[in-house]
Design a protein around this ligand. Structure first.
Ligand code: TYC
Length: 99
């Protein structure tokens, strides 16, 4: 008689997907209005929220502008870069896991 193997104790618990912070970085050349516009159009901030985040980046060097799933964060980072480069600005966004 073949011996029936006991079910192995593989961890079958479902995990929430990791979330990623999109971070905007300061530079000396990108105009403030352009940053506010990016925050409103791509990160769905109100004008007041966008201005507050822009000033935080300007004064502190960086700030979180949103928290998303991996693919959405990656797309936003790329679109910020594309829109900025089209205008010749060095604006930079990066992403990091939200732990
Ligand atoms: N420091 C820029 C300036 O003085 C403004 C700026 C703000 C640039 C935020 C980038 O992510 C940024 N024109």
């Amino acid at each position: 008689m073949p011996k029936i193997e006991e079910e192995s104790s593989v961890d079958t618990e479902l995990k929430e997907p990791s979330m990623y912070r999109v971070i905007l970085h300061n530079d000396d050349y990108t105009p403030m209005d352009f940053v506010v516009d990016i925050l409103m159009s791509m990160f769905h901030k109100s004008y007041e929220e966008a201005e507050t985040i822009m000033w935080r980046v300007h004064e502190k060097g960086s700030a979180i502008c949103g928290i998303y799933t991996f693919e959405i964060a990656e797309t936003k980072v790329e679109l910020v870069k594309m829109r900025a480069r089209e205008m010749g600005y060095p604006l930079l966004a990066t992403m990091e896991e939200d732990v």
